[in-house]
Write a protein that binds this ligand. Structure first.
Ligand code: SAH
Length: 342
């Protein structure tokens, strides 16, 4: 059975190339085609001997996914709907701002965690993406990006990265490596719904990647309603793991907080949030809820977001508000796939 060449580590490909009777340096050249020149076909690898290219074609897929559709928002955000061989769909988005071009990646087809505000979990979980399939997403995004430059990567598309820990970390290492996409670790963000074991494992990786935790509520009752994962890992367990992470890595954690009108947007919530985060090296990213079809939740007003933000800032917490991007192309997680499957 042919495998995706992007699942193969540099060492391993080098061994294979040598086994076939070619010098090892060709493995680095192939990596450069895959991750710097964003090649989709082995045939395009013009400095690789044609007999070696034929070997590659016989043994590997150069890419395992195809672009099914590209949507472009009026604000420049692009959303790619990618088709896997099994005819499943995943989404990847490209968000361009003044100084950065961010790729938003999916880590799974579907999601097990069914957060109330998120479209990705509404159709349940299908399966994990391989590291190669995650890297395919990056290639396609780079091919869409101005000057093919991607400065940042975030795991904020479909799926829960810590529910597919090994493949995500394998992909992160190639995204980061100088022989891979060469994106600095501090420009790679892993966003989790709050799985303590994943947070502890990441702390031990000795990687400088950014950790985002989707918090969204400050008491167990509200959080369990919005995020069923909280029933398994309540706030005290989650914060124990985050505390250890900050202590071990000395790194700041970002808390994502989707603001939903009438659910978590009161000043009493802001007060509890301040208490919860006291003394922790962190910042807060407020995300105005982006309404999803078939959900009864409501978006907050701009005034409310401002008030919530100001309240926290006056108490010394660093707060940013995420601009909603690509709304006209359903850029909120999983919405595009949902429309496709409906
Ligand atoms: N499973 C991971 C990553 C995927 S979701 C996690 O939970 O963090 C990425 C971010 O988008 C999360 O913070 C998530 O809560 C947020 N999000 C999902 N649906 C949204 C919506 N409809 N409006 C605003 N933010 C949303």
């Amino acid at each position: 059975m042919k495998t995706n060449i992007k699942n193969v580590a540099l060492e391993e490909l080098g061994d294979r190339v040598v086994q076939w009777g070619y010098p090892r340096f060709h493995a680095r050249q192939i990596f450069s085609w895959l991750y710097q020149k964003n090649a989709l076909e082995f045939m395009d690898m013009s400095n690789i001997p044609s007999s070696l290219r034929s070997k590659l074609i016989d043994n590997y897929h150069c890419s395992e996914t195809k672009v099914a559709e590209i949507f472009e928002s009026s604000d420049g955000t692009k959303k790619l709907l990618l088709a896997l061989y099994e005819n499943e769909r995943i989404e990847a988005a490209l968000i361009s701002a003044e100084k950065r071009i961010t790729g938003c990646l999916s880590s799974q087809v579907g999601c097990r965690f069914s957060c109330a505000f998120c479209a990705s979990g509404s159709k349940g979980f299908t399966r994990n993406l391989s590291s190669g399939q995650i890297l395919d997403e990056v290639v396609y995004l780079k091919r869409c990006a101005p000057k093919r430059l991607l400065t940042h990567v975030v795991f904020m598309g479909m799926g829960e990265p810590f529910d597919n820990y090994e493949n995500v970390l394998k992909a992160v290492r190639i995204i980061n490596a100088d022989y891979g996409f060469h994106i600095g670790a501090r420009r790679i963000t892993i966003s989790t719904c709050g799985i303590p074991e994943g947070i502890r494992r990441l702390a031990r990786e000795n990687l400088q990647v950014e950790l985002s935790v989707s918090l969204h509520a400050v008491d167990d009752a509200t959080r369990s309603k919005l995020m069923p994962v909280n029933r398994k890992y309540p706030l005290n367990e989650l914060f124990a793991a985050i505390g250890e992470y900050v202590k071990t890595t000395n790194r700041q954690v970002t808390f994502e907080y989707v603001v939903v009108d009438g659910i978590n947007n009161g000043l009493n919530d802001a007060t509890k949030l301040q208490t919860l985060l006291k003394g922790l090296n962190c910042k807060v990213n407020l995300i105005p809820y982006n309404p999803v079809e078939a959900s009864r939740l409501k978006a907050p007003s701009l005034g409310n977001i401002k008030e919530f933000k100001g309240f926290l800032e006056r108490r010394g917490i660093t707060v940013t508000v995420r601009k909603s991007r690509g709304q006209d192309i359903d850029a909120a997680c999983g919405q595009l796939r949902m429309r496709y499957e409906n």
